[in-house]
Write a protein that binds this ligand. Structure first.
Ligand code: ASP
Length: 321
C-alpha cells in the first residue's frame, strides 16, 4: 500500500502538559510541549508513516475559543482536500474535546479520518498516556475505510456524535454512552464494531466565515429550587438561543419552564436536552420546546449556534441517522 501523508494538527492540552515533578499527574501546566518534541519522544516514532505537523494553537482546552475552531476547520479542510493526505490527527485537551469533535464533524463531515486524541497525564509523567494515544490515533488515521471525526483515547474509538468525557482522572476518561464505541485499537490494529460517522458535503467555509457573528447561545440547567432569573437576565442581554439541560426525560422546574416559555415567546430559540449522562429526551406530542435529538447540552449548543447562524446547517441534519 502506498504510504500517503498523515497530518498532525496540535492544539495543546494535557498531552502537551509539563509538571515540575514526574510524580505529579494533576499539578501540571497544560499546553507546554510542542508537537515535534512530543513526536521525538514517541517510542518507535510514527511507525514509518510520513507525517506533516502543524502547531495550530497551544491552549488548555478549558479555554477553547471559536477563533481556534475557525483555524482548525480551515486547516482540516485544507488538508482534507490534498490528494496526498491519508488522514488527520488532532492533539487536544480532554476538557472540551467532545465539543471540538462535534463542531468539526458538523462543519467538515470528512470523507477521510479526522482523529482527535488527548491524554489524562502530562507529557512529563512517569507513565504518560499521550504516546500510546498518539500511536493509536495514527493507526486509526491510516486505517483503510476510516472516515469522519472520531476521538481516540485509551485504545477506544468514539464517534464525534457520542463521545463524552465521563471521568476526571482515569486514563479511560471517555464514553460513547448507549451508542457504544466505534471500535478499539489493539496492537496498532483497529477492531471495528460499528460504522464511521457519515461523510457528506460539509459547510466548513460558511461556518468559518461566520464564526465572528455566531449567535449567543447559553446553557441553563434545571435543578431543585431553579428559577427564571438567569433566563430573564440572558434575554435582557439579547441571547438568541437557550439550551435547557433538563432533568430526566426533558422535564423542567416549573419556575424555569415559565421563564423559558417567556423567552421562546420573545423569539429566543429553546432546545431541551437531558442532564442525565445517558439516554436522550424522548419527545411527546404537544411538547412546548424542541428536543436536542439525542445531543448532550454542550453539543446541542453548538448545533443551535450553527442552526441560528447564517451558515444554515439545520440541527436535524447534524445528527446521525
Ligand atoms: N485541562 C486540560 C485540557 O483540556 C485537561 C486535559 O487535557 O486532560 O486541555
Amino acid at each position: 500500500m502506498k504510504r500517503f501523508n498523515l497530518v498532525i494538527l496540535a492544539t495543546g492540552g494535557t498531552i502537551a502538559g509539563r509538571a515540575v515533578s514526574a510524580g505529579d499527574n494533576i499539578g501540571y501546566t497544560a499546553a507546554q510541549v510542542d508537537i515535534d518534541h512530543l513526536l521525538a519522544a514517541l517510542p518507535g516514532g510514527t511507525g514509518g508513516w510520513p507525517v506533516i505537523t502543524e502547531q495550530l494553537a497551544q491552549v488548555d482546552s478549558k479555554d477553547m475559543s471559536f477563533a481556534v475552531w475557525a483555524k482548525l476547520a480551515d486547516r482540516v479542510n485544507h488538508f482534507l482536500a490534498r490528494g496526498d493526505v491519508q488522514g488527520i490527527v488532532i492533539t487536544h485537551g480532554t476538557d472540551t474535546l467532545e465539543e471540538t469533535a462535534y463542531f468539526l464533524q458538523a462543519v467538515c463531515r470528512p470523507a477521510k479520518p479526522v482523529v482527535l486524541t488527548c491524554a489524562m497525564r502530562p507529557a512529563t509523567a512517569w507513565a504518560p498516556d499521550g504516546p500510546q494515544n498518539i500511536r493509536d490515533a495514527l493507526a486509526v488515521a491510516c486505517h483503510e475505510g476510516a472516515h469522519g471525526v472520531v476521538a481516540v483515547c485509551a485504545g477506544t474509538v468514539h464517534s464525534a456524535f457520542d463521545v463524552q468525557k465521563v471521568h476526571t482522572y482515569r486514563l479511560d476518561a471517555f464514553s460513547s454512552g448507549d451508542a457504544g464505541p466505534i471500535g478499539y485499537v489493539e496492537e496498532g490494529q483497529v477492531r471495528l464494531l460499528r460504522n464511521w460517522p457519515v461523510a457528506q458535503e460539509g459547510k466548513a467555509q460558511a461556518a468559518i466565515e461566520n464564526i465572528a457573528n455566531w449567535p449567543r447561545v447559553e446553557i441553563i440547567m434545571s435543578y431543585a429550587g431553579a428559577s427564571a432569573a438567569i433566563v430573564r437576565a440572558l434575554v435582557a442581554q439579547g441571547v438568541q438561543g437557550l439550551v435547557a439541560a433538563a432533568t430526566g426525560n426533558g422535564t423542567l422546574h416549573h419556575a424555569l419552564e415559565a421563564g423559558l416559555i417567556e423567552a421562546q415567546a420573545a423569539g429566543v430559540k429553546v432546545v431541551r436536552c437531558t442532564r442525565c449522562a445517558n439516554g436522550r429526551v424522548l419527545p411527546r406530542a404537544g411538547d412546548i420546546f424542541a428536543d436536542s435529538e439525542g445531543l448532550t447540552p454542550v453539543k446541542a449548543r453548538i448545533a443551535l449556534m450553527l442552526e441560528l447562524s447564517t451558515c444554515d446547517i439545520p440541527r436535524k441534519t447534524l445528527v446521525l441517522p
